[in-house]
Design a protein around this ligand. Structure first.
Ligand SMILES: [Zn+2]
Length: 306
């Protein structure tokens, strides 16, 4: 049975692995993300040589999940918020120099959504949205069993839909995006605002306090949940998804945020559409990317061969 390799590049770690034809994980590992493009290409090359020798079976194709705005037409990263060396870099030819089997590159959040669709909580769900709430808000959309790319590859940026027109300025240039209202940072910001303190703490710490009964901490999550719900309502009205999966570090405290988000989403979307959408937790955690990358490679290769 042939194998498929998946790579998932993050700001601090590169996760990678091998999956078989049934998409069971045969091997997985991770390495620190090199700070430069040269270092990254060297690492890809070295890991690829290792992966090829790992099993007696042939690795037929690869998938890469890369953070940033990836142009499908030009096969280039236009802008990578946490990895500026990738900006404008011509990734495909650079990788093709040492990888001689077919490979596919896509945005990391799209790839993670594909992983949940093929291997995780969204297995077989043909209209699916994945949202990851962490330092930022990532998203990928599956429509009728296919990743939604839009005309140039930039679709599914749910993190940058505006849920609060008067909200804080976002890295994307807009204001009050889902990312500036419902990620880990905003939860901390809400807490500081409510307690009028400049205390340095993390969203996990705010969650701990909320669970102990700290009302300001609970309200910080409630506020983030309110904006998350507005975002979910927009997605439901726009896409009529069968399922929305929510993952990422903030979901470790899902009980603090989800009930508020669900209530708000219910108020802001068509009842018919809301009631046929189940909103659940993503199941693959940090493996969604590498699994999705390998799954995409398997499916694209099958399609290519007709
Ligand atoms: Zn934004």
């Amino acid at each position: 049975m042939p194998l498929y390799a998946g790579f998932d590049l993050g700001g601090t770690q590169l996760k990678y692995g091998l999956l078989d034809e049934r998409l069971d994980v045969v091997f997985k590992s991770k390495a620190p993300t090199p700070p430069t493009m040269t270092g990254l290409l060297e690492l890809f090359s070295k890991l690829w040589e290792e992966l090829k020798k790992k099993e007696r079976r042939t690795v037929k194709a690869l998938g890469f999940g890369i953070p940033g705005i990836f142009s499908l037409k030009e096969q280039k990263i236009y802008q990578s918020p946490n990895y500026s060396d990738l900006d404008g870099f011509d990734l495909r030819p650079a990788i093709a120099r040492f990888i001689k089997v077919p490979f596919w590159i896509d945005n990391d959040a799209n790839i993670a959504a594909y992983g949940e669709y093929r291997c995780g909580a969204g297995k077989g769900v043909r209209h699916l949205l994945l949202l990851t709430l962490g330092t930022g808000v990532g998203s990928g959309i599956i429509i009728d069993g296919e990743l939604l790319h839009g005309s140039c590859g930039f679709a599914a940026e749910m993190g940058h839909i505006v849920v609060n027109p008067d909200g804080e300025r976002c890295n994307c240039g807009s204001h009050g995006c889902l990312e500036t209202e419902a990620a880990a940072g905003p939860i901390v910001r809400n807490y500081r605002g409510l307690t009028r303190s400049e205390e340095s703490l993390t969203a996990e710490e705010v969650a701990k306090r909320a669970k102990k009964g700290d009302t300001a901490a609970q309200k910080s999550f409630e506020r983030a949940g309110y904006y998350l719900g507005i975002g979910l309502g927009i997605a439901i009205n726009l896409l009529n998804p069968e399922m929305i999966l929510i993952g990422g570090g903030v979901m470790d405290s899902g009980d603090l945020i989800l009930p508020h988000a669900l209530a708000e989403a219910g108020r802001r979307s068509y009842k018919a559409s809301f009631s046929c959408c189940s909103i659940e937790r993503a199941s693959l955690g940090n493996d969604a990317g590498l699994m999705g990358a390998a799954a995409l490679a398997r499916d694209q290769l099958a399609r290519k061969r007709g």
